[in-house]
Ligand binder design. Structure first.
Ligand code: FE2
Length: 287
């Protein structure tokens, strides 16, 4: 077993290993090297663009989709890769914000991404501001066809919701969890009828380290790529030290260690969803 886990939730799924652009100029002789679940992978593209992946001399299943490379460690994916229709929707800007290393369980990174209650405190003057601390009631459901978590009708007052905003707005959110390590956020855009999309895809290095890949599919035709990336990095830079300073890097799925509040409805659903699938990777036993 070359990987640091035997959890089928990881081995039998499609896991991100970097942006598709990482293969530019690469070949079997000079591959793109990266880490997945403690193993070092080599990737390149054939002349026709077909991606290839090797662990040592062993071929692994790989596909290039949604602008990223996805590897199934076992070669027996339990389900197809999730859909991301906004990625190919005409009129959207696609911006790869790069990968940022975070020294904590990916489950904590996703849970933090789903949490609106921290906005006024961690992202003051951007995504929230005291005294606008209330998380209004919203709906959370598991979509039967895909098994994805959807949190809808979320609203939050934000001083500066994105790079293109220069004043406060009551921003509407929809959250979606596709995989234990992948989530999307849809939020009010510059077009009243459309939502911007943010994808957060976590590359698991081991139980306590990930590379967080962020992609934007925006209707913003005001901001430059550099402005959009800088805004995301500012927000992520506020989350990263808090994530890395958790007393326990792995996430407890049982017990009363972290008491839920109403704002945590999505978090409670996410933890139950992980428990029901028997998630072990990135978790810790209850104390
Ligand atoms: Fe945050």
């Amino acid at each position: 077993m070359p990987f640091v886990t035997d959890d089928p939730n990881m081995l039998d799924d499609w896991l991100v290993v970097g942006p598709a652009s990482a293969l530019a100029g690469r070949s079997q002789r000079q591959p793109y090297g990266t880490c997945l679940l403690g193993a070092t992978l080599s990737l390149w593209a054939e002349a026709d663009g077909t991606p290839q992946c090797r662990l040592g001399t062993q071929p692994l299943s790989v596909q290039s989709r949604h602008g990223y490379l996805w590897v199934c460690p076992s070669g027996r994916p339990a389900r197809p890769l999730f859909e991301f229709p906004e990625y190919t929707e005409p009129g959207r800007r696609l911006v790869d914000c790069g990968g940022i290393g975070v020294a904590v369980s990916g489950l904590r990174v996703i849970e933090n991404f789903l949490d609106m209650a921290h906005f006024p405190f961690v992202h003051a003057d951007y995504l929230g501001k005291v005294p606008h601390t209330e998380v209004a009631r919203y709906e959370v459901a598991i979509e039967p066809a895909t098994g994805e978590i959807w949190a809808t009708d979320c609203r939050f007052w934000q001083p500066r919701a994105s790079a293109a905003h220069d004043s406060g707005a009551d921003v509407r959110y929809t959250y979606r969890v596709m995989q234990p390590f992948s989530a999307m956020l849809y939020k009010s855009s510059l077009r009243p009828e459309a939502r911007d999309a943010i994808g957060l895809f976590l590359q698991p290095l081991d139980d306590e380290h990930v590379i967080a890949h962020t992609v934007l599919a925006y209707f913003d035709d005001v901001s430059s790529d550099a402005e959009l990336i800088a805004f995301q990095h500012t927000i992520f830079g506020q989350d990263k030290p808090i994530l890395e300073n958790h007393a326990f890097k792995r996430m407890p799925l049982e017990g009363r260690a972290e008491t839920p509040t109403r704002g945590d409805t999505t978090s409670v659903t996410y933890r139950r969803w992980l428990r029901e699938r028997g998630m072990r990777f990135g978790t810790r036993a209850a104390t």
